[in-house]
Design a protein around this ligand. Structure first.
Ligand code: DNO
Length: 402
């Protein structure tokens, strides 16, 4: 696999030089400053390429921007309202521009309103470092008592509502404010600190959109952009819902094996692929991760390797982000299946036989605790994850060639 590393651009407190020292071979990035729905121009794409190509002292970094994460799909497109047709045309233009600048792999997601969602961005783990956590009870407290979403009570059973009421009674203003900030961090545009009012307005946009309707909007979007991607030799790859279940009454339609099967066959093209995120998909017991790698193998264009530890056997459940080789997912079996797919692609002469992967997230350890990088994207925690994953890959590859 190609060992890549996510970089958020010059604002990222983890530098390109750090990525190089961590052993990354390529960079995953996006034009985070461009508003959703607008065109990514060649000039802006080129600027990011130049930023990746050099370290802060001007020396060549030896790294290139290899994967786009994400080219965002606007809420207008997802709901087919407002300027959605123009946004789709712009999406196609952005794909043209990315291809002209030499990029081939484009990750995106189709989650309404929220991107990833956690209730604690710095949950203390046994070794003294911190990690991100989704606590279902805290989330219910947020939904009922902070967001005060009308009708939220019908989404939860009596036992969970009781527990949330008890938890809420123990929480002071500071704890509630912190919870609100943690959930907000996963909202697109979180940098502009989306307010609760904005969130309520966004939810309102989805009042008449159920899972079936959202799925139709998704297929319509893909029918428009996948032919362009195919013609340009691009590989689009949809990231799964994180977490993989509905939140705040919003439908989520990329959470399970059936969800992916439906979307990949609805627009059946190699350009319509999957970002295989073990951490997101791994937060459900009914997702058989190594089996899914084998069944979707030829459409996996990008891989996020991360591991969660689930608490409870139901969906939804609480979970926290464990170390890359700890947690519930059988990382060795997953990497084994990915290496088999790479070998198969090489046998059939596919140009994309080396699949880009990145160590997804990492716990904050050692100096990470002082650096204040993007939530989930510390330098040392990810370096450690990448080192462990690289070791697994190397060992499995050696066994396979024996
Ligand atoms: C979180 C990430 C997601 C991902 C998007 C892809 O850390 O995995 O935000 O980038 O969902 O579109």
């Amino acid at each position: 696999m190609r060992q890549t590393w996510r970089w958020f651009g010059p604002v990222d407190k983890v530098t390109i030089a750090d990525a190089r020292q961590a052993g990354a071979e390529g960079i995953v990035s996006a034009l985070h400053h461009v508003p959703y729905g607008a065109v990514w121009t060649r000039a802006e794409i080129d600027r990011r390429k130049q930023e990746v190509a050099r370290t802060a002292d001007g020396a060549p970094s030896g790294l290139a921007w290899e994967v786009v994460e994400s080219l965002p799909v606007s809420e207008a497109i997802k709901t087919q309202t407002g300027d959605w047709r123009e946004h789709i045309a712009n999406y196609r233009t952005s794909l043209e521009n990315l291809a002209a600048e030499g990029l081939e792999v484009v990750c995106y997601n189709f989650m309404p309103v929220l991107d990833w969602t956690r209730t604690d961005l710095a949950w203390r783990v046994g070794h003294g470092g911190t990690t991100m956590r989704f606590d279902l009870v805290d989330f219910v407290v947020f939904d009922l008592h902070i967001l005060k979403r009308p009708g939220a009570v019908v989404d939860f059973d009596a036992a969970l509502l009781d527990e949330a009421a008890r938890r809420h009674a123990t929480m002071g203003d500071a704890a509630l404010a912190r919870l609100g900030r943690s959930v907000n961090a996963g909202l697109p545009g979180a940098a502009e600190t989306a307010s609760l009012e904005d969130l309520r307005a966004q939810l309102q946009r989805y009042a008449a959109i159920d899972a079936d309707r959202l799925r139709r909007c998704f297929v319509d979007f893909l029918s428009e952009v996948v032919p362009t991607a195919e013609r340009l030799g691009l590989r689009l790859c949809c990231h799964p819902d994180d977490p993989p279940f509905p939140l705040m009454g919003l439908p989520r339609i990329m959470s399970t094996e059936d969800d992916y099967r439906y979307i990949l066959s609805a627009v059946d093209s190699p350009a319509n692929g999957m970002t295989f995120c073990t951490g997101s998909l791994g937060a459900r017991h009914d997702n058989d991760l190594p089996g899914m790698v084998r069944r979707f193998a030829d459409r996996i264009h990008f891989v996020h390797l991360r591991n969660v530890c689930k608490e409870g056997t139901a969906t939804p459940c609480s979970f926290y982000e464990d170390e890359h080789l700890a947690g519930d997912a059988d990382m060795v079996a997953i990497i084994d299946a990915l290496l088999d797919e790479e070998a198969r692609r090489r046998r059939v002469g596919r140009g994309d036989a080396t699949i880009p992967m990145r160590p997804d997230h990492g716990q904050d350890i050692l100096d990470d605790l002082k650096r204040g990088a993007q939530p989930g994207y510390p330098a040392i925690g990810r370096l450690k994850g990448l080192a462990e994953l690289r070791g697994v890959e190397k060992a499995l590859a050696a066994v396979k060639t024996r």
